[in-house]
Design a protein around this ligand. Structure first.
Ligand SMILES: [Zn+2]
Length: 160
């Protein structure tokens, strides 16, 4: 849908570079975003054109995960959705309830530190493409683990 006239008033459109908040993150601003705007002063039409939104979400998520400040409810939701988890999927995977996740993400209850740490750690190992988290995160089964045998002779660095 690339038309050169405004869909609201048919005046010509132009593209501007602006700084805008990232959707769903009121405290994250993105610079150099292409925004299609109406050239009429009387018309408020504008449309943001995100260039590679998936890659941008992953970059923002990595920066949030590396920031030592406790996650805000909004950032908690953003990291969860950037990982590709619905609230229910994360609840099932992390053995909690979808209601708890919903309360944490809306700020109705403070989230426990373990979910903050888990989401950060997963974001920092996330593949650099859109991927179902259940394809790359480990699956923990209810099985009794087999006995493990490890050699005490660990590989040593070569000496001259
Ligand atoms: Zn217009």
């Amino acid at each position: 849908m690339r038309d050169n006239t405004c869909p609201e008033c048919t005046t010509s459109l132009m593209v501007e570079s602006r700084t805008v908040p990232f959707p769903g993150l009121s405290d994250v601003l993105v610079e150099d975003v292409s925004v299609v705007v109406c050239s009429s002063d009387d018309c408020a039409y504008h449309a943001v054109r995100w260039h590679r939104p998936g890659a941008l979400s992953r970059e923002i998520a990595r920066q949030i995960a590396s920031d030592p400040a406790r996650l805000t409810p909004e950032r908690l939701r953003f990291l969860r959705s950037t990982l590709g988890f619905s609230g229910k999927e994360l609840a099932d995977y992390a053995n909690t309830t979808a209601e708890s996740i919903s309360r944490w993400e809306r700020g109705h209850r403070p989230h426990p530190q373990w979910i903050d740490l888990l989401l950060r750690s997963w974001i920092l190992q996330m593949p650099d493409r859109d991927a179902d988290p259940l394809d790359w995160l480990p699956h923990i089964t209810g099985d009794t683990p087999p006995a493990l045998t490890v050699s005490a002779e660990l590989e040593r660095p070569a000496t001259a």
